[in-house]
Design a protein around this ligand. Structure first.
Ligand code: PLP
Length: 375
């Protein structure tokens, strides 16, 4: 039986056209971009072209785009710089953030560099905007608000423009983990009231280990890796050229096909939802799945039975790849901090199905048939 891959929020397969764009930089175009001779100029040019491509798509200035090793580094950089360079002594975040955010914030609290407040979460998994307003109004010190654009486990999308406007009102710094949305939704950084956003190539059919940090031009932070003068003295180290080229190509492809791909993938999500409702008694869905939600993610809660406890394990045996949550490492679907923060029912078995342009309805039919045997 062929493998069925429904874990695209974790990572996506590389688009063959992206690989093609990267290949010359893994072979003949190997020069160090800091070198002055032709080999170096060639790769320097590739990096700067990639930066221009990314900036144009996000409607940002090229000088606002920094290439990093991915979402985790970008988020850590934004949060650490806000505290250490921009004077934010208080952080407002939510319990539903990715560990890249939560663990970074916890570390700053542990070292005594910042205090944290967690904004209230509504039962549908959205953050309580009134509570955010109240927390901002009550803060005496300069605040960093770090709230993700879309939740990787339940798919909920936060209105970042609304959050940004609140931050503006209270003169707070706003960082958003946009790893699940860059490459899937349009961004206009000239209009959005935000200081930092992040992106990760492997979430939209680009390579792993490369991402971006957008830093608004009005923000000045210190270098985040010290050493050579790469990335305009901000992030030292010889550049991941093929990764950077692949990131830009993947973003270009994703953007030019966004309308068709998103419609197709949304169709898959709705089809899976319908099929599950028809075939699995007691199934329900986490988050605002029919409202402000990623078209790529469907978080399904299955009733607890003897068999459903080992659902992910059994899916794996049947060559079906899906996930239980970011903290889930075993076959059992326990351990998701997101599900436990919003769940009304601790006995549910949660499986996150997440789709890409490479999935089909036929695959969904196979998975639902298998699930019927497993519950
Ligand atoms: N933030 C979110 C919402 C994610 O889904 C991920 C990926 O798992 C990350 C951050 C981390 O990104 P990366 O794997 O590029 O470090």
């Amino acid at each position: 039986m062929n493998r069925i891959y429904f874990d695209n929020a974790a990572t996506t397969p590389l688009d063959p056209l992206v690989l093609e764009s990267m290949m010359p930089f893994l072979t003949e175009k190997f020069g160090n971009p800091s070198s002055i001779y032709s080999y170096g100029r060639e790769t320097r040019m590739a990096i700067e072209n990639a930066r221009k491509t990314v900036a144009k798509i996000l409607n940002a200035h090229p000088s606002e785009i920094f290439f990093t090793s991915g979402g985790t580094e970008s988020t850590n950089t934004a949060i650490n710089a806000s505290v250490r360079d921009l004077g934010c002594k208080k952080i407002i975040t939510s319990p539903l953030e990715h560990h890249a955010t939560l663990h970074c914030v916890e570390h700053l609290v542990k070292t005594g560099e910042a205090e944290v407040s967690y904004v209230k979460v509504l039962p549908n998994g959205h953050i309580d905007m009134n509570d955010l307003d109240r927390l901002l109004a009550d803060s005496k010190e300069k605040v960093l608000v770090t709230l993700m654009h879309a939740n990787n486990e339940i798919g909920n999308i936060t209105d970042i423009e609304q959050v940004g406007n609140l931050c503006k009102k209270y003169n707070a710094i706003f960082h958003s983990d946009t790893v699940q949305t860059v490459g899937h939704y349009a961004f206009d950084m000239r209009k959005l009231p935000m200081h930092f956003i992040t992106g990760s190539g492997h979430k939209f059919h680009g390579p792993k280990g490369v991402g971006i940090l957008y830093i608004n031009e009005n923000i000045k932070i210190n270098p985040f890796i010290n050493g050579g003068n790469q990335e305009r003295n901000m992030r030292a180290g010889t550049e991941n050229i093929y990764g950077i080229v692949g990131f830009a190509k993947a973003l270009e492809i994703a953007t030019s096909n966004q309308e068709n791909d998103s419609e197709y993938i949304r169709g898959l999500k709705n089809y899976m939802k319908q099929k599950l409702l028809e075939n699995i008694p007691g199934v329900y869905f986490n988050g605002d799945y029919e409202g402000k939600s990623l078209y790529t993610v469907l978080s399904a809660a299955f009733p607890e039975t003897d068999k459903s406890e080992m659902l992910l394990f059994n899916l794996d045996i049947n060559n079906i790849c899906a996930s239980g949550g970011s903290a889930c490492t075993s076959g059992a679907s326990v351990g998701s901090h997101v599900i436990s923060a919003i769940s009304k029912d601790s006995n549910q078995s949660t499986v996150r199905f997440s789709f890409s342009k490479y999935n089909t309805k036929e695959e969904i039919d196979v998975v639902v048939e298998k699930l019927k045997e497993m519950i």
